[in-house]
Design a protein around this ligand. Structure first.
Ligand SMILES: [Mg+2]
Length: 190
């Protein structure tokens, strides 16, 4: 499938959902591209997973912000590659630094820079420990096996809507409980 066709299909998938994330965050190594960039030379010409560019541009077209969260120790190589792939400027922020935490500090930083709440974010990564740690912060997080593709996009948006609906229902339940309580205490006073 060509890049344009992938983008078209991604736009169709995004169009199926009523609730959408405000920000989608991508890991780099084995999520957007099929290698560890620390093992490559800056002089090489990198390539992305076949669906990656179409998915990124479809999200951008729909007004959804995109960002990078990578623990790569070679931010200079990563940035050179993003530049060579002509996608460096499409991200609202790029957090590329090695860290002992499983990307929780990357997400704190993304939140500080963008102001987007964790429950309005969707995250794609190929490492389970990152997925576990970041989902505990309230971010809908999807483990990818073979890079970001249309299937992962659909899965991510589905899980995002489910998480969103669950939290809305809980909010309503608390509000109902609270208003009942305040009504009954008023009655007691009368
Ligand atoms: Mg990775």
């Amino acid at each position: 499938m060509g890049e344009e066709k992938v983008k078209e299909e991604a736009l169709r998938i995004i169009g199926m959902f009523q609730v959408l994330p405000r920000l989608v965050v991508f890991d780099l190594d084995y999520t957007l591209w099929p290698f560890y960039c620390e093992c490559r030379s800056k002089r090489e010409m990198p390539s992305l997973y076949p669906h990656a560019k179409g998915v990124l541009y479809a999200l951008k077209d729909k007004g959804i912000d995109i960002a990078v969260a990578s623990r790569s120790p070679t931010a200079n190589i990563a940035n050179t590659f993003l530049d060579k792939l002509s996608i460096k400027s499409i991200f609202v922020t790029k957090e590329i630094f090695s860290s002992w935490t499983h990307k929780t500090d990357h997400f704190q930083s993304i939140h500080t820079r963008t102001g987007v709440p964790f429950n309005s974010m969707l995250f794609f990564d190929d490492e389970d420990r990152n997925i576990q740690a970041v989902s505990l912060m309230g971010v809908t997080s999807i483990l990818v096996n073979n890079g970001v593709n249309l299937g992962a996009l659909r899965q991510g948006l589905t899980k995002f809507s489910q998480n969103w609906n669950t939290s809305e229902k809980n909010k309503q339940r608390w509000q109902t409980k609270f208003s009942k309580k305040s009504t009954s205490s008023k009655n007691e006073q009368e």
